[in-house]
Design a protein around this ligand. Structure first.
Ligand code: SF4
Length: 327
């Protein structure tokens, strides 16, 4: 494919602020939308072209030229680029020249990351290709077959057991930074039992970070809803039992929190249902005529926990009583 076609297909874009990787130059090595899944929450809509066979898409040298030109253009204007990232407008490992492309792109300078749904990771060639990356994100939305089929709507030839085995194998050998991403959909994969299964599996991978996201953009299916803040808090706590760093990728709703007389009581009740960003807490404390020692004290006493999200700090209440029975 010629460069003009690559540009038209939007194969290289940005730099954009990435919630995970700072300033990122995005690469989409798969024409939209070819995927092995048809996730109910997919912001690209249903997958018309569901595939599991790896094949050739674009020429790696063409991709390199295009990315390099974009990189040089951006850096000459004073832009800093932390990562070149393969993003899933489709499944990047369907490209059987992914490893070759990764190697070429690493010659540009920034680290290279891949966001994959992990569906093809039972194949040795996929693991070998991904192992070349500096950073890999693997999707883990469900552990049981019924939920997996319901949320990811996989190609009929895929086997969940083989995928899980492949993920474990990859985690054992990968020398770069491994993270996981779990999209939570209300009423689909967010029961305490489902969360505990996901957390247990992710814990076995020892990832650098487990990301939890919610469908904040228009999903493929209208029925898809964001879980309640209570459920997200539960998800955080369940995951935090198994994984050392858990981060939410959720959008922020603003700082308008009301003070009604008792700062401590107000903060705890807001944060039992709504994580609060640090600047919102500061604004609230100003309004209440209180200072930051109140928050430090609540954290010290275990009444609040601090979470990092998109480079910002949030506070929320720990709620171990809501974890439900682990099975
Ligand atoms: S894996 Fe990604 S691109 Fe494929 S259907 Fe799911 S959300 Fe969409």
């Amino acid at each position: 494919m010629e460069l003009e076609d690559l540009a038209a297909s939007g194969i290289v874009f940005g730099p954009v602020p990435s919630r995970r990787l700072g300033r990122s130059l995005g690469v989409n090595n798969i024409p939209p939308k070819i995927c092995s899944y048809s996730c109910v929450y997919c912001q690209l809509g249903r997958t018309a072209n569901i595939q599991v066979t790896r094949r050739r898409f674009y020429n790696p040298v063409d991709i390199l030229r295009k990315v390099k030109s974009k990189y040089e253009n951006a850096t000459s204007q004073g832009e800093n680029i932390d990562y070149i990232t393969f993003v899933p407008d489709g499944e990047p490992t369907l490209d059987h020249r992914l490893g070759e492309t990764l190697k070429l792109l690493q010659s540009i300078g920034p680290k290279v990351g891949v966001i994959s749904n992990a569906s093809l990771i039972s194949e040795q060639s996929v693991r070998d290709d991904l192992a070349r990356a500096d950073w890999v994100s693997l999707k883990v939305d469900a552990i049981d077959k019924r939920t997996w089929k319901q949320i990811n709507r996989p190609h009929k030839d895929l086997s969940l057991a083989a995928i899980q085995e492949g993920i474990l194998e990859f985690a054992n050998v990968f020398r770069g930074q491994l993270v996981t991403e779990t999209m939570l959909v209300n009423g689909v994969n967010d029961t305490a039992k489902q969360l505990a299964q996901v957390a247990d599996f992710i814990g076995r991978l020892h990832p650098a970070k487990a990301y939890v996201s919610v469908p904040t953009r228009p999903p493929a299916e209208k029925s898809v809803q964001i879980p309640s803040i209570d459920t997200l808090a539960t998800a955080y706590h369940v995951l935090a039992e198994y994984v050392s760093v858990v981060e939410f990728l959720i959008e922020y709703e603003g700082n308008e929190f009301t003070f009604t007389g008792d700062a401590e009581e107000n903060l705890l009740s807001i944060m039992s249902v709504h994580p609060m960003r640090e600047d919102a807490v500061d604004e609230f404390l100003d309004k209440a005529g209180a200072n930051k020692t109140l928050i430090r004290d609540l954290v010290q006493r275990g009444r609040l926990i601090k979470l990092e999200h998109a480079g910002r700090m949030f506070y929320m209440t720990p709620i171990p009583g809501r974890l439900g029975k682990r099975e």
